[in-house]
Write a protein that binds this ligand. Sequence first.
Ligand SMILES: [Zn+2]
Length: 569
Amino acid sequence: MTYRKINFILLVILTVCILSGVSYFSVSSVNKIFPKIKSLILTHYYFHKFSFNDDEYISENQKKLDVLHYDLSFDLFPGQKYFKASAQITGIILDHSITSLDLNFHDNFEIKAVYLNDLATIYQNSGTSFSIPLENNITDTFRIKIIYNGTPKRVGLEGFVFGERNGYSLVYTLSEPNYASSWFPCNDIPNDKSLIDMRITNDSSKVSVSNGRLINILTNDDRKTYHWKTYYPVSTYLVALYSADYEEFSEEYTSLDGNLTMPVNYYVLPDKLEKSKVDFSEHTDILKVFAKLFGEYPFIKEKYGVAEFLWTMGAMENQTITGVSSGLIGGKKFFNDYLIHELAHHWWGNAVGPDTWKDIWLNEGFSTYSEALYFEVKHGKEALQSTMKKKYFRRFSGTLSDPEPNIFSSTVYNKGGWVLHMLRWEVGDSSFFKILKNFFETYKYSNASTNDFIEVAQNISGKNLDDFFHQWLDYEGEIKVKFNWSVVQNAAGYKTEIFIEQDQENPEHYSFPLETIFQLVNGNQIRKIYYINSKETNINIETEDKIESVLLDPDGWLLGTFREEFSSK
Ligand SMILES: [Zn+2]
């Protein structure tokens, strides 16, 4: 997921616009009027705190189920903001001590019937939980069918929305992290992945889209049913439904080995068609770059798709069908980084899912760093450095190992990205990219925890990375170094001594390789890397010519500040 980041400057502009009578401040008007303010905008998240309590939402019994398949049908009536639905859930009971089958399902629907293994059954539906008592005779496999209708509640970031823009109808969903249950009954735990069959029925003028591959379109009088099916498992929060007055266009992506092709499909409302053709034009390039860096696109037997939706804050990586806000489609590729980020999620978050929501930096930090990697491949090292610089906020609060209450904080996204950048510096490029490939290959179509990633990183690099991950995942903040240096002339030339002190509060000291540039008066440079692993460090260097300046971490590999204090030269 990426969401709009607004800082003080934009708030001032917004205020001016509101005061001067501009009632709607769209991103496209930002594009037109202020083409260069984006880097200023992208300096601070302006976003409500997002929190939830997993323990209240997920019962112990739910963890003892493994859902294999959801067969979902939605008959949409956007005019009435109403649907008729059915959900058939097939799964396995992993632990027979449970006395009820528990799922998540909001209690605001009219439930017409509930079946367990084809027999009508009693149930309880209260708050966000749905429970069927278990008789003794249940076999390993269960099949629950729930027939229901109603109007879904708006919950979380969006949930299920019957929306409209410029007179066009647009129905869509955004469920992350735990709001899929606001529109279908499910075991809403990210590591219980399942296959999906989705049938969406709407007026025949509407195009309906979901995860996976389109199996068929059936017409019945003035109604059309689109049947979508996945061949790879999906986490419930990534299950998506879109149905709108979409125009479609598509491209083709060929796998790196040349053996497979897959459609890349785009769905936008008619007034965005031309603009989206410009904005979306890099997708096949991005697919290629990431396939080379991480391994082949993991859903190649399905598709990649992008559908316009109306979440004004940003974009969402619903599996194989990313939702992108209308406001981000301006025809000037102004929000290319969002599109890159959502596509990167298909490796990080979708194929390799988070084990729990505490592991969210494996989604967001990885996808954020992938943006920088893409720019590096396209435009070189400087693009990598400048992208990472933009993602360095000096107020990373909270830790990556325990990001709650705000699992969508800048710490999760940007510090998470920086941890990968620093890991790359710590282990070197060839190990780093092997780590990414191996991690992807090992955990694709499944889920991984932070510890799983650490284990892969250690195995591949052959390094003990306990301290590295401990200092970056378990502490707030970043390196704060102050340094000074002095030069003494001697018979051989000059002796320069640098005194480095870490003065952040916690941890007492970070350990890191520190690149240092010594600029000599004769115009030459000496570059050296020192491994810093104490609060105070003295470095000595002897040179024939005099050193006139000292630069620490010149290429920006470290999340830290390096402040030069008075130096006697
Ligand atoms: Zn994201």
